[in-house]
Write a protein that binds this ligand. Structure first.
Ligand code: ADE
Length: 226
C-alpha cells in the first residue's frame, strides 16, 4: 500500500511513522508513506496557500490551485483508489472504514487547515471525507495520523501475531473482553480461575459473554447497529 499525505505541516505528522508498529511496517516494505508540503506547489513569492472567504466571514480558506497542482502531479504518476479529505464534517471513522481502506493500493490523504478547503477541491478531487470524531482539531494532520495508524495495523503482516487484529475491539462489532497476564495472584487480586482450566471452548464462551456484557454496559449503541 502507498499513502501520500498532503499537508502544510509535515513536521507535525512525521513522528508517528518513525516509531513502533508503523515504523516497522514501513521498514518491512508493507507500506510506503510520502509527505507532500503544499507550500512546494505555490506560485507566489509568499508561498500562500490560503486566502479570505468570498462573501465575507471570519477565517481563511485553503486555495484550490496549490492543492490542484499537488494532487494532479500525484495522479499523473499513478492511479489512486481513494482521495481522502480529513474534516470534522466527514463521516466518522469506524473500524469498518479502516478495514475498507486497508484493502486499497494507493491513497491520498489531504489535511485541511483554517476554515477548510475551497469547496471546489472537494467537488473535483475528493472521493471520501473522514472525521475522527465530533470535535474540531486545529488541522487534519492528527486525524490523518490516527487514520493511518488504524489502517496500517490491518495490513497483513504488519502485526506480529496475524490473529491479533481480528480480536481487537470493534472487529466483530463488540468491545474486546478483559485480558490478564502473569502473575496469577497480585496482592490478592486474582485472575478468573476458568482461564487456567485448559478448557478452551469454555474460555472462548466466557470471552464472548464478557465482550457482550462489556459492550452492553459501555456501548449499547454498537449492539443496535447489528
Ligand atoms: N480536522 C479538524 N477537525 C477534524 C476532525 N475531527 N477529524 C478529521 N479532521 C479534522
Amino acid at each position: 500500500m502507498r499513502i501520500d499525505i498532503i499537508t502544510v505541516l509535515p513536521e507535525l505528522l512525521k513522528s508517528p511513522f518513525e516509531a513502533s508498529i508503523l515504523k516497522r511496517a514501513i521498514e518491512a516494505g508493507l507500506v510506503e508513506v510520502h509527505f507532500h508540503n503544499l507550500r512546494d506547489y505555490t506560485s507566489d513569492r509568499y508561498k500562500s496557500i490560503d486566502d479570505t472567504q468570498f462573501g465575507g466571514g471570519a477565517g481563511m480558506v485553503m486555495m484550490v490551485e496549490p492543492i490542484d497542482k499537488c494532487i494532479s502531479a500525484l495522479k499523473s504518476e499513478r492511479d489512486y483508489d481513494e482521495i481522502i479529505y480529513m474534516t470534522p464534517d466527514g463521516e466518522t471513522l469506524k473500524q469498518g472504514i479502516a478495514n475498507q481502506i486497508s484493502l486499497k493500493e494507493n491513497i491520498i490523504i489531504l489535511c485541511g487547515h483554517y476554515k477548510g478547503v475551497d469547496q471546489r477541491v472537494r467537488d473535483q478531487f475528493i472521493t471520501r471525507e473522514i472525521s475522527i470524531g465530533d470535535y474540531v482539531l486545529s488541522g487534519g494532520e492528527l486525524g490523518a495520523a490516527v487514520l493511518c495508524d488504524a489502517v496500517i495495523r490491518l495490513i497483513p503482516g504488519v502485526l506480529g501475531n496475524e490473529t491479533s487484529a481480528l480480536t481487537d475491539s470493534f472487529q466483530d462489532g463488540l468491545l474486546a473482553p478483559p485480558i490478564y497476564t502473569k502473575p496469577r495472584d497480585y496482592k490478592g487480586w486474582k485472575v478468573p480461575e476458568l482461564l487456567f482450566s485448559g478448557n478452551f471452548p469454555e474460555i472462548e464462551k466466557w470471552r464472548e459473554e464478557q465482550a457482550y456484557l462489556r459492550t452492553k454496559e459501555r456501548r449499547p449503541d454498537l449492539l443496535d447497529e447489528n
